[in-house]
Design a protein around this ligand. Structure first.
Ligand code: GLA
Length: 398
């Protein structure tokens, strides 16, 4: 089956979305018959297409934002999942640099958080419980004894409401979800919005906001697995990574932070200078053993305010692609795709083996609700949770 994207003159549609038609034959003729002016696979603006239905019949859409330079980002309303980020290499060849699937069923049933909006609490809460204002809250233990990424049905498995928003920076869409009081054991109705903006400076900007009607805890992130050589093309162990962090949070054998902020100096966790990821990932260091590789939170070197600070720089020497991440968050989880085990077939039909993608999840520290010395993740009525993370794409030829 071939999919054709037909750019519909906006004044004719009454919306800013272009239409998409799918047909086995004669798609081109269909577009012409409708008097459509152009037929492209990537047009500046926003496109929308159906992406299937959930088990209860809720329709899921895929949106594609394309900027003036032809860079595009796709995401679906299920889980707010980023399904593709198409960026050029140093020779101008475009590839999709995030892992994913080509169908909703796989995202629903076997997704190891590819591209998801992750919450209400991204990463782990130890013992799947926490205490807030003297009350103990019990969560689903979905990762050994701990709660991971918001529980059994986290924000990654909800269908979000999409709406276009006006920005001066580029094409943008807002996703909204209201998490009911008590959902997955968390107190308070949480009103969440996530805005994806693709700027004409080749940045994917993600703005998160949340408010609550009862005290609760919140930690939101975006969980794309990147491979700057292109999804399904091989390992990320040859990528060079820089992390702007002098300390990290060591973990126990269940990947819960011990509470210590350890210096990275002299350890395989020192990425202050850009370092090839595979260089030290097989070192017999207790923390690497616990994580089966890198699966840790780094404490960013940043002022104690809400400014955007460079957190990470990832470079693929082969393709020349570079991604820089700036964030308002205090931490970043670097996960080297340790649990990928060749059982998943990715977007373009290749299987994903260990370390075929890596995640860089900007966040508050794991298990903060049980760690009074970590920056607080408590949100109270009247306050607004607001964080921003920017992914900037460039090449070493630019
Ligand atoms: C995070 C966790 C990892 C793993 C991935 C998803 O990065 O820290 O241990 O669970 O999410 O597979």
């Amino acid at each position: 089956m071939r999919t054709w994207h037909c750019e519909w003159p906006r004044e004719n549609c009454g919306t800013r979305y272009s239409a998409l038609f799918t047909s086995t034959i004669g798609s081109g003729a269909l577009c012409l018959a409708l008097g459509l002016a152009t037929m492209t696979t990537s047009a500046y603006g926003i496109e929308m297409r159906p992406f299937g239905e959930t088990e209860d019949g809720t329709a899921v859409e895929e949106y594609t934002l394309t900027n003036e330079n032809g860079i595009s980002v796709g995401f679906i309303t299920y889980g707010g999942i980023v399904t593709s980020i198409n960026v050029p290499d140093r020779d101008g060849n475009t590839d999709n640099v995030v892992l994913g699937f080509d169908n909703l069923e796989d995202y629903r049933t076997k997704n190891p958080y590819f591209g998801t909006i992750t919450g209400r609490y991204a990463n782990r809460i130890g013992g799947a419980s926490f205490m807030l204002d003297g009350e103990t809250y019990t969560l689903a233990a979905n990762n050994g004894p701990n709660s991971l990424h918001g529980g059994e049905t986290g924000f990654d498995k909800q269908v979000w409401n999409a709406r276009e928003v006006e920005t001066d920076e580029g094409e943008a869409l807002e996703l909204a979800y209201v998490s009911p009081d008590g959902e997955e054991g968390y107190p308070g109705t949480l009103d969440v919005t996530v805005v994806y903006t693709l700027t004409n400076d080749d940045e994917l900007r993600v703005d998160y906001t949340a408010t609550t009607d009862k005290p609760t805890v919140v930690n939101l992130t975006s969980h794309s697995y990147f491979n700057l050589g292109g999804e399904g093309t091989g390992t990320i162990l040859d990528h060079e990574l820089m992390l702007n962090a002098s300390r990290y949070t060591p973990v126990d054998e269940t990947l819960i932070p011990t509470g210590e902020l350890a210096e990275v100096a002299g350890t395989p966790f020192d990425f202050r200078e850009a370092t090839v990821i595979g260089e030290r990932v097989r070192e017999n260091h207790q923390q690497i053993v616990y994580g089966r590789g890198y699966d840790h939170n780094w404490v960013l070197d940043r002022p104690d305010d809400d400014s955007l600070v460079l957190a990470a720089r990832l470079h693929d020497p082969e393709s020349g692609r570079i991604m820089e991440i700036e964030t308002t968050e205090p931490g970043i989880q670097f996960y080297s795709g340790n649990f990928l085990d060749a059982t998943l077939v990715g977007t373009s039909g290749n299987i994903y083996r260990q370390s075929d993608g890596l995640a860089l999840e900007t966040q508050h520290f794991p298990d903060s609700p049980n760690k009074p010395d970590f920056p607080s993740t408590v949100l109270r009525p009247g306050e607004t949770y607001e964080t921003t993370t920017v992914h900037r794409f460039l090449t070493d030829g630019s």
